[in-house]
Design a protein around this ligand. Structure first.
Ligand code: F6P
Length: 328
């Protein structure tokens, strides 16, 4: 079946912002214009589509943004778009401008909405994985993860300095929603003694045993990196258990929070965002519709939007062993 020719592309960012989203917007706008298409920015994700907050963008509109965190299009999690009536309003606003293709930069929730919208109104949608959580199947990296994890590493290194000065046990909570990639990557990279993530069963007895054993060896600096989605809870919950079980430990908690979402994107995030944004437009032009553009083994990889929302990335088995053995 011959796909319709796309002539006007809208781009939006949706869900939690992630560093590198601006680089992706820039790539979508400039590639569209290069191919002679018209490009539109949609403000605040699907909310802007419903509220008709849509504007024409030119090449200059995206000047000086590749290095900026956040998203110039702003972002939101729209409740109205979950309802058919909201999606219909959104469609009418696209239709009156002739926008016939969409690029959605966001996480799996945003892709679910895109798939539904596309099925209902026959508007081809391309997804770009934009989330610090790295929890989307079909891409080795998501836009924003590298920056977030580097921010976490920088912060944890600083915490280690003060932990060392006081011989303290620090519990550092990192983001990731229900995924443990930020914790695992930053934990290994900072030599954390224990890393607790939702993908593995957290064995509290094992943690207590390891901390007690380190205390015996007078290894007084201990860093526990815990993903916010761990089944025992975040930093405060883990610290409460440790304080109960090892009252002698001088324990502090640090919750890194939203600083992980901000800041200038790393080179890797700018690069993957630029590549993904470029290929998103080529997909729309070439009739490869309703896919998420990812990168696997450094090559472009296309996953049907439906599948991208169903599966999660898998953590390689050996990473767990590396984390455990190297921190002993
Ligand atoms: O999905 C990105 C993320 O930063 C998660 O890591 C975190 O759980 C969540 O968003 C926080 O959301 P909010 O900014 O709405 O508090």
């Amino acid at each position: 079946m011959e796909s319709k020719k796309v002539s006007k592309i809208g781009v939006l960012t949706s869900g939690g912002d992630a560093p590198g989203m601006n680089a992706a917007i820039r790539a979508v706008i400039r590639t569209s214009i290069y191919h002679g298409l018209e490009a539109f920015g949609i403000m605040r994700g699907y909310s802007g589509m419903i509220d008709d907050d849509i504007f024409k963008m030119e090449s200059r509109s995206v000047a000086n943004i590749i290095q900026r965190g956040g998203t110039i299009l702003k972002t939101a999690r729209s409740k109205e778009f979950l309802e058919y009536e909201g999606r219909k309003k959104a469609y009418e606003n696209l239709k009156k401008r002739g926008i016939d293709g969409l690029v959605i930069i966001g996480g799996d929730g945003s892709f679910k909405g895109a798939q539904k919208f596309s099925n209902e109104f026959d508007i081809p949608c391309i997804g770009l994985p934009g989330t610090i959580d790295k929890d989307i199947a079909g891409s080795d990296f998501t836009i924003g993860f590298d920056t977030a994890v580097n921010t976490a590493v920088e912060a944890i290194d600083k915490i280690r300095d003060t932990a060392d000065a006081h011989d303290r046990l620090f519990i550092v909570e990192v983001m990731g929603r229900d995924a443990g990639y930020i914790a695992l990557h930053s934990g290994i990279a900072t030599g954390a003694e224990n890393i607790l993530i939702p993908e593995t069963k957290t064995d509290i007895e094992d943690l207590i045993e390891s901390l007690t054993e380190k205390e015996r060896r007078q290894k007084l600096v201990n860093l526990v990196v815990v993903a916010e989605g761990d089944e025992f809870g975040g930093g405060n919950e883990i610290a409460a258990i440790i304080k109960r079980r090892i009252p002698s430990a001088d324990t502090r908690v640090c919750i890194l929070g939203h600083i992980q979402r901000g800041g200038s994107p790393t080179c890797l995030d700018r690069l993957i965002a630029s590549r993904m944004g470029f290929h998103a437009v080529e997909c729309l032009i070439n009739g490869k519709h309703n896919v998420m553009v990812g990168i696997v083994n450094n090559k472009m990889h296309y996953t049907p939007l439906d599948n991208a929302v169903k599966a999660k990335q898998k953590i390689p088995e050996d990473w767990f062993r590396i984390a455990k053995i190297l921190a002993s």
